[in-house]
Design a protein around this ligand. Structure first.
Ligand code: NI
Length: 396
């Protein structure tokens, strides 16, 4: 192992297991594949799982896999563990000796480590099984927010009762884990607003219903949803990402189109932001004698860890790493995570797993310089395997 991990974790990966997992991680990192294109990745992970002696490995959701690790008694519903496997369209600038060999594609979100720690968790559960069966999911297309829904649709998780997953995070040292109840990731809905008026000569605005002036006022007004309608103690975002209108400097066009994203961390705030956005757009358009049509597209829901399952995860972290490993999220990350789709179907807990070598900097994910410290791989594997064991003992 290249990075210090606690002795309690180190001893779980003896007999060449650590080297095998590091090789797997580096191999995946060298050969990243974009969402829905994870063909070689799926084959590599299939091989890694079969080498563990796991016989039940199923291809699901096009480029995903679900492996069933038998439990001790095999009574009762299964526990699911999830690792995502896709990369991003980014050119790597880490300087790692196992950097991407595919131009323009990079594991800039640490899913190489998530895939490897899922295999590592499977290895630990083969050696020391949970009470019940464990379904290890290797999920494609997380970056598009589409993979989790496809895995659920496959029916592979129909007998699962509870799910655990996590994400590497360089805001925390290797060995630190966030496993708290409550919000952990934001919803990711998007919107399109079409403001329609009437065009005219740019020198004769009184003959127009100018959608550009209305759209400009609307952009400012939309910012008051978060500042005036949402409880200031709750995080939320309304961002207009594009405005398209007009074709010439001396022509007033007849329409303007705005698109953007809405982020919230509770179902109630998510509903409020969407409702207020629609109301504000229609009211502002009316004020300028225009019309607005608002289209909201549902993205992934927020992740809100229920207290009981978070308690199971905290028990698992404590068993593996001791109580000191548990840390609190300093502030919400308003990014989304399609793990939330599983949590609409079954209770679960999503964790943040420290991935920074102590004393080094907190490189954000989705940056060309991002990589997860190797030690995170072993922490994630050990914690997830223990989550399955603890979860299987809970009488839900
Ligand atoms: Ni990610």
């Amino acid at each position: 192992m290249t990075v210090d991990v606690p002795e309690s974790v180190r001893q779980l990966f003896g007999g060449g297991v650590a080297e095998t997992l590091v090789n797997l991680r580096r191999d995946l990192h060298r050969h990243p594949e974009l969402s829905w294109q994870e063909e070689a990745t799926a084959l590599r992970l299939m091989r890694a799982l079969q080498e563990l002696g796991i016989t039940e490995v199923t291809r699901v959701a096009r480029t995903g896999l679900v492996a069933r690790v038998p439990g001790r008694t095999r009574s009762g519903p299964a526990i699911a563990l999830r690792g995502d496997i896709d990369a991003l369209p980014i050119t790597e600038a880490t300087g790692l000796d196992f950097a991407s060999e595919t131009p323009g594609v990079m594991h800039a979100c640490g899913h190489d480590v998530h895939a490897s720690w899922a295999v590592g968790a499977a290895r630990l559960l083969v050696a020391n099984p949970a009470e019940r069966d464990v379904l290890v999911i290797l999920q494609p297309a997380e970056e598009l927010g589409e993979g989790a829904a496809a895995v659920l649709e496959s029916g592979a998780l129909d007998d699962a009762q509870m799910i655990f997953g996590g994400h590497v995070d360089r805001r925390f040292d290797v060995g630190q884990v966030v496993a708290q109840a409550g919000p952990l990731a934001a919803s990711t809905d998007s919107f399109t607003i079409i403001v329609t008026g009437a065009g005219a000569h740019g020198a004769r605005p009184h003959e127009s219903h100018d959608p550009i002036v209305g759209a400009a006022a609307l952009v400012g007004a939309l910012q008051t949803i978060v500042s005036r309608r949402l409880d200031p103690a709750e995080p939320g975002v309304v961002t207009v990402g594009t405005i398209v209108a007009g074709s010439a400097s001396n022509v007033i066009p007849d329409r303007a189109e705005l698109t953007g994203t809405i982020r919230a961390t509770t179902p109630a705030a998510r509903t409020l932001l969407g409702t207020e956005l629609r109301r504000m757009a229609e009211a502002m358009a009316a004020a300028y004698d225009l019309t607005a049509s608002v289209q909201l597209s549902a993205g992934t829901p927020p992740i809100v860890n229920p207290p009981q399952i978070a308690a199971a995860a905290r028990e698992a972290v404590t068993n593996v790493l001791g109580l000191d490993a548990l840390v609190a999220l300093p502030n919400m990350n308003m990014g989304g995570e399609d793990f939330a789709m599983y949590m609409e179907r079954m209770p679960g807990c999503f964790m943040r797993v420290g991935a920074r070598e102590p004393g080094t900097r907190a490189i954000p994910a989705h940056s060309p310089a991002f990589y997860a410290a190797e030690g995170a791989l072993f922490i994630g594997a050990a914690v997830l395997a223990e989550c399955a064991r603890v979860g299987a003992r809970h009488p839900y």
